[in-house]
Design a protein around this ligand. Structure first.
Ligand SMILES: NC(=O)c1ccc[n+]([C@@H]2O[C@H](COP(=O)([O-])OP(=O)(O)OC[C@H]3O[C@@H](n4cnc5c(N)ncnc54)[C@H](O)[C@@H]3O)[C@@H](O)[C@H]2O)c1
Length: 370
């Protein structure tokens, strides 16, 4: 027989209502109570979900023994305190991305959840989306050859945040996708950005993830762009994938395009790249709401039916990259090492002299030749 879960949701601003809608729609689950400091939001929730309890006090939610799981959709700086209270109250806990404001906080939450035997999960929504899963399938099949680099752009006008910069707001999506697809963290990151609207809070940024094997990921984030762009390109040695999440249909296009340097050459005259132009196809992608899949996954993990794809370790790995990005930003784009085990870079002073990924050495050679 299916277990019945009673979920409490804290934070009913922009994103929380999506969690409430999705948890409410799952069989074996009901949203018992929602919490927000803002009375207007609670009144709005009551109009939408008459059967759901509302409270302005998080302790009411924690004190309700019938509630076995709590989902947190408040601003980032409150995640750690709320999640800690939730775990200490014996609730399985779901935290929206990014997991917390530091890797140290992530670690403490992971250890607490482990010690108390509770499920901890982070809302890395895109890894539950059909297009991203399709891209993983294509990359893992070897169809595009060796993955050379990824370029991601997540741009629009707003929503400006007051407690975090644009990298912390938007890049967790791209970072979590890349970590999911690559199955390994980068060795270092560098980041540039600029604050145009609110002093000290970057509204545009360019984050680079460097990998040990030369793979390279660029992630551009912006709240200050005239167009809404949600795009990732995966360039392989044989083929290339374009993923446009703003498309209703055909979100993924696979291009049979690549370029091959000549096997031997002695002079510039003999040096000709061979460009390959083939067909493009757009694979069929089943329609499903990623958040619904994610919420179901949380319940499956609680019930022991699934191993968590975005638990504390994955959450901490994303936060470690975000922390390093901020350090890099404050030091004019310097490369900051990351160790990818969610531990952060030790004393928090992990700056190192400019690190050049191995592949870049070869690139210099060709640049000189040309
Ligand atoms: N997974 C996704 O695709 C996705 C998309 C958007 C936002 N998010 C994440 O969701 C979280 C919330 O973002 P948002 O845009 O909805 O923020 P928001 O500011 O619109 O809403 C936050 C709400 O939390 C309430 N709140 C804050 N602290 C509280 C507390 N201690 N007790 C009770 N209520 C409290 C506020 O009153 C507000 O209504 C963030 O972590 C954000 O990164 C995730």
């Amino acid at each position: 027989m299916e277990n019945m879960h009673n979920v409490g949701v804290v934070g009913c601003g922009y994103w929380g209502p999506n969690l409430i809608r999705n948890f409410s729609a799952l069989s074996g689950c009901r949203v018992r109570c929602v919490c927000d400091m803002c009375q207007d939001r609670l009144e709005h929730m009551t109009r939408l979900y008459r059967e759901v309890g509302v409270t302005r006090c998080f302790d009411d939610l924690l004190g309700d023994d019938a509630i076995d799981a709590v989902a947190i959709a408040t601003h980032v700086n409150s995640h750690y305190a709320l999640a800690k209270q939730s775990l200490l109250a014996g609730k399985h806990t779901f935290i929206e991305k990014p997991m917390a404001a530091s890797t140290a906080q992530c670690h403490e939450l992971m250890e607490l959840a482990q010690r108390l035997g509770l499920q901890l999960m982070v809302g890395h929504t895109f890894i539950y989306s059909s297009p991203v899963r399709k891209i993983k399938e294509i990359i893992d099949s070897g169809e595009i050859g060796d993955l050379l680099y990824v370029s991601a752009r997540r741009l629009n006008l707003g929503l400006f945040q007051r407690d975090i910069n644009v990298t912390w707001d938007l890049a967790p999506h791209d970072i979590s996708i890349v970590l999911y697809l690559f199955g390994e963290p980068p060795i270092s990151v560098s980041c540039h950005g600029k604050a145009h609207v609110n002093p000290g809070i970057e509204d545009i940024s360019m984050l680079i993830l460097h990998y040990a094997n030369g793979k390279f990921v660029s992630i551009q984030s912006s709240w200050l762009d005239p167009q809404k762009i949600r795009e990732m390109k995966f360039v392989g040695s044989k083929k290339m994938i374009c993923y446009d999440d703003t498309e209703t249909n055909e979100k993924i296009k696979v291009y049979d395009k690549c370029v091959e340097p000549p096997p031997h050459y002695d002079t510039f005259a003999e040096f000709h790249y061979s460009y390959h132009y083939g067909d493009m196809y757009s694979p069929y992608i089943p329609q499903s709401e990623p958040l619904r899949v994610e919420c179901q996954h949380f319940l499956d993990c609680i019930d022991g039916r699934a191993a968590c794809l975005s638990g504390g370790v994955e959450g901490a790995n994303v936060v470690e990259i975000l922390e390093a990005s901020l350090q890099s930003l404050r030091h004019e784009g310097e490369c900051i090492p990351v160790n990818g085990n969610g531990n952060g870079n030790g004393n928090g002073n992990g700056r190192q002299k400019h690190h050049r990924p191995p592949a870049a050495e070869g690139m210099l050679h060709e640049a000189n030749f040309l």
